[in-house]
Every structure is written in structure tokens, then in C-alpha cells.
Design a protein around this ligand. Sequence first.
Ligand SMILES: C[S@@+](CC[C@H](N)C(=O)[O-])C[C@H]1O[C@@H](n2cnc3c(N)ncnc32)[C@H](O)[C@@H]1O
Length: 437
Amino acid sequence: MSASTQNVYSFVSGKNWKLSLAEITTYLNARGCEFEVSEFSRSFFTIKTKTPLNASIIDDLGGALKIARVVAFVPTKRITDAFLEEDKQVKKQLKFDFPLDGLAEEMPRADSGKAVFGVSVYWSDPFFKPAGRAAQRFLGSAIKNELKEQGKKARFMGFPKDRNNPQLTPVEVLKQGLIESHSEALLCIGEAETALGTTIAVHNPFEFQKRDVDKPVQRKIFGISPRIAKIMVNLTRCTPGKVFLDPFCGVGNILQEALLAKARVIGVDVNRWCVDASKRNLRWVTQEYSLQGADYAVVQGDARDLRRKIGEEVDCIATEPDLGPALREVPTEAYAEKIVRSLTPLFQEFLYSAHKVLRKGGYLALVTPYVRTRSGKFVTIGIDGLAQRAGFEAVKPFDEVEFVGEAVAFPLKDLAAFVDLDERHKIGREISILQKT
Ligand SMILES: C[S@@+](CC[C@H](N)C(=O)[O-])C[C@H]1O[C@@H](n2cnc3c(N)ncnc32)[C@H](O)[C@@H]1O
């Protein structure tokens, strides 16, 4: 990475970091935004773009917790020398390596006596954790001093004693108004370089929660979270005006995220109750978010025979078909194989049917079952073979991403499927992206 920090951003990742990175890079690619990734790890990514990013993109993403505008880089070696080796000279110098005066200048004057600022530190490897904790305290007191020199008084936001990592949550940042006041400094300790920035956007969990639990009709057991639904919509490269289809739409969780992405939305479900539920939920989203010109239709039909119901070509499909029965216990391998075998015809017939309505080159983000078994092995449906037979190609989302510097991408380049699995899940989701050839 060059020394320039123009249009360089740190993205703090959601809990499934590979899925988050796939979402962000696909989102940027879909909008023709040129970029390169210079650092990635399970906790953050450093991305340089050709043109500036709008902070509001955080609302379009399901897998990014924070976005910071980077103002300086220092070699990570200096951070470890200062905070792990306790090199006093390096520590002293660090105050000058970082443009703390510039950061402090952007922070407000405490006329009301209430100004606060925070510092959050993320690291690419647990090895850096002790350095991260020390760097957080160091930066906090250095910024406080700088503010004092500028005649400003502000309180350095501490953490509860039991906080494991020196990181403010998005809720804390929102509640303290730290975005508006440019008052969260974000330090990301990478393998080679450490980036210091100002947080320009944070994920708003209240909005996602609202869409999850406040909508008129809910179905807890089958519902996909708004966060994963949004990621799936983005993985299909859905941009405003595109025609988007969810052919197993349930109560419309994926449809509502596509509607928020300003797509023209079509839902299909075999179950009449689901069709009505999706319509009610989409009407609610339209009102709740004042979506002007929202365009949606939900019809009862069979996803294995979409041409009968869909009279036009669609641009994107994201969907979660049935993933098997609700299981009380972790199944044996043999039983998991049986579940998957019983679902295979539905997936195969759906893929043939989707191929008929999707435009050539269009993308399909598909959830398939990822079944935990007693032996520890996971059983999957083998979607690649089914997809190929129906005329789709598996997409490797990192294939067309430019990784530079230390960001050696070999562990990612071949990745074509993403697993979303909580400890308590017996059947998780495997998300694949397919393209109609
Ligand atoms: C796992 S749920 C989808 C949940 C949905 N993503 C949501 O968040 O509400 C699968 C849905 O597919 C529907 N379904 C099952 N077989 C179908 C078929 N052959 N054609 C269309 N819909 C079908 C079921 O009624 C169910 O609502």
C-alpha cells in the first residue's frame, strides 16, 4: 500500500468475516467502483477505492459493523516495538507518526461540557491483543492532551471492566453521537501496517431488529435474519431498478431487503399464507421506510415451475428453499445423507426452473443445507454438480478482487461457498453464488 491515505477505508467485519468481505467486494464491483484490498483478517479489511465512498453505504450492507476513513499508516512493527517491547523512544515518536492534531481538530469544542470521544482498536491476529489494549489507552490520553492544547475539553470514553476487547460497540457509538462529532478514533493493527482512522459510519442494529421483530407477520423457525438476507441480496449484484426474485419467499425477509435496495421485487411461495404474509410485510416496509415508487408482487406458485408464473426475465435471484426437518438431535451421518437425498430433487428441479427465468449472466444466491452430524462431518447437497447440470457456473467472488501488498489472497481465491452456522444449529446454511451461463 502506498503511503497515500486518500480514499482508504477500514471496514470492521460482522461475525462471518469471509461472507462480509464477499458482500463488500461484490457490492463495490456491482456499482463499478474500482478498489483494491490491502489487508483482510477476521476482524477488519483495508480497502482503497478510486473515488470516495459515501458513509451511507453501511445501511446497504448486512456484514459491516463500522467504516472508518483512514488518515495514517504506520508499520505494525512500530506498534509492537512500542507496546510489546515497551520501547519508550518509539512510543514517544508514535505521537508524531499519527496526525492526532488533525483528529482533534475535527472533534467538537465541549461548550455544553458534554463532549466525549472514544478509541477502538482491532487487530488481525490475537498475538496483537496486548499491544491493542495498550495502544487504546495510549491513543486516548494522547488525543486528550491534543484536545487540551487546542483548548478543548472532552471525556475519554472508558469501557466496562469486563469488556474483553478495547472496542466500542456500534450501539455505544450511536448513543454517544460519535459519528456526527467525528469522535471515534479507530486503530486497525494489520500484519504489516496499522491504520488509524476516524469512524464515519456504524451499523445500526436497531433498524435490523425493527425489520426482524416489528414487521406484521413473523415466522421464527424458518426466518432468515435481515442481516443474512441483505448479504444475499448484495451477492446477487442487485442494484436499483433490477428485477429481483425470491421463489421460496416465506414471509418475505429476503424480499424486504431487495425492496430496500430499490429493486423491482417478485416473490413466489407455494403456500397461500406465506404469499399474504409477504405482501403485508412488504407493505409495512414500504410505509416504514417511505419507499417512493416501491414495486413488488407476490404470487402463489411452485418454484419448480417458475415460467408459469413469471412473465418476464429477472436479473437476480436470492432464495432459501426448504432445508430439511427441524431436528431435535444432531443426526447420524446416515440420517443426514438421507435428509439431503430427499431434498435433492427439489433443488435440482428448482435450478432448471430458475435457469428459465433468469437472464443470461444473471446471479443466483442460494442457501443449501449444511448438516452437522455426530461424527463431526458436515453433509451437504453438492450444489455444484446440480447447478452445472442446470446451466449455472459456481462464482468465486474473490476471483476478480485485486489483493495488494500483504493481502495474499490464496486462502480466499478459490472460495465458492460460505457457511453460516451457529453452535446451536443442527442444520446450517451454505450460501453459494451461481451465474447463468
Ligand atoms: C425456508 S422457507 C423460506 C423462508 C424465507 N427465506 C423467510 O425468511 O421467510 C421455505 C419456503 O419455501 C416454500 N416452499 C416449499 N416448497 C416450495 C415450492 N416447491 N415452491 C415454492 N415455494 C415452496 C415454503 O412454503 C416456505 O415458505
